[in-house]
Design a protein around this ligand. Structure first.
Ligand code: C2E
Ligand code: MG
Ligand code: MG
Ligand code: MG
Length: 279
């Protein structure tokens, strides 16, 4: 009855935090099972060269298994981080994605790259580097075909330790991308302080494109600065033709977004790579 009487003060018999707690607890248990059953899936979103309009690589994006209740990565990744499951899950993500790109490189004779999202917790795990080294060796792919996408939240933790970790990853040839740049805490200091190779412009910045005035000038100047710093620039969230064509004008190296392709399962990427229009 309580649910029907929205305005009744007794209707709120379950405090928010408790339902939130239960929800998280349930997701947590499900994640454990799904890891055990190995039924998480990776989708791959193509990344295109702005110059040639061809696929240069992919970003691996995790997907909840197909079941009644589906969670998005934004919902379950934070839970996996909090309950200490992200390192194990992250390990699986790296192995699977690297193995997949090795297959595509071999089957289609293309020097494709793979970008993997690395959570801040994973970046602090000392097993990350050995696992990456082991994985590229096992699959026979060059480490510079692997991009590690990190967000700025990872850079606030313990800056000296993070610098050292990133430096080691870099020394081994792995590419470091700063994800979602232009959102929230984006700081130019990060671009100077850390060994970053690639900057991914957050998709919220795409709204700057059609703006025409002040915000467009910010985007234009930002692109100019990032180019000056010899950073590789990826435009995320390309949804319109005007956004897509502007990438070339602003000298952005790569582009990614629903207009070009959504994240897709392996078989659909296979079909895409097999299509002759690519080569
Ligand atoms: P992200 O790394 O910034 O990934 C890009 C997100 O934008 C993806 O959402 C992708 O599906 C979506 N996207 C791509 N193009 C467009 C577009 O044109 N328009 C719009 N509106 N969206 C677009 P997704 O897959 O739901 O992932 C959300 C976030 O969850 C990711 O943001 C990343 O932070 C995290 N995530 C996803 N997969 C993984 C993973 O394997 N490991 C970790 N640690 N985090 C992951
Ligand atoms: Mg990403
Ligand atoms: Mg992003
Ligand atoms: Mg994001």
């Amino acid at each position: 009855h309580s649910k029907q009487n929205g305005k009744n003060q007794f209707s709120c018999y379950k405090p928010y935090y408790q339902t939130e707690f239960n929800r998280r607890f349930n997701i947590q248990n499900e994640i454990k099972n799904i890891i055990k059953e190995e039924t998480f899936r990776l989708f791959y979103q193509p990344i295109y060269s702005t110059q040639t309009e061809t696929i240069v690589g992919f970003e691996a994006l995790i997907r909840w298994p197909e079941m009644d209740e589906m969670f998005t990565p934004d919902e379950f990744i934070p839970v996996a981080e909090e309950c200490g499951l992200i390192s194990e899950l992250g390990k699986w993500i790296i192995s699977t994605a690297v193995q997949q790109v090795a297959l595509w490189r071999e089957n289609f004779k293309l020097s494709l790259t793979i970008a993997v999202n690395i959570s801040p917790v994973q970046l602090q795990d000392k097993n990350l580097l050995p696992h990456l080294i082991d994985t590229v060796k096992k699959n026979g792919v060059p480490s510079d075909s692997i991009t590690l996408e990190i967000t700025e939240t990872a850079l606030f933790k313990d800056s000296e330790k993070i610098t050292e970790t990133l430096r080691q990853l870099s020394q081994h040839g792995f590419k470091i991308a700063l994800d979602d740049f232009g959102m929230g805490y984006s700081s130019i200091a990060h671009l100077i302080e850390y060994p970053i190779d690639i900057v991914k412009l957050d998709r919220s910045m795409q709204s700057f494109v059609d703006d025409g005035c002040k915000r467009y000038k910010v985007l234009e100047s930002l692109a100019y600065m990032l180019n000056k710093l010899d950073l590789t620039i990826v435009a995320e969230g390309i949804e319109t033709e005007s956004q897509s064509s502007l990438c070339k004008q602003l000298n952005l190296d790569y582009k990614q977004g629903f207009l070009l392709s959504r994240p897709l399962p392996v078989d659909q990427i296979d079909a895409m790579l097999a299509s002759p229009s690519l080569s």
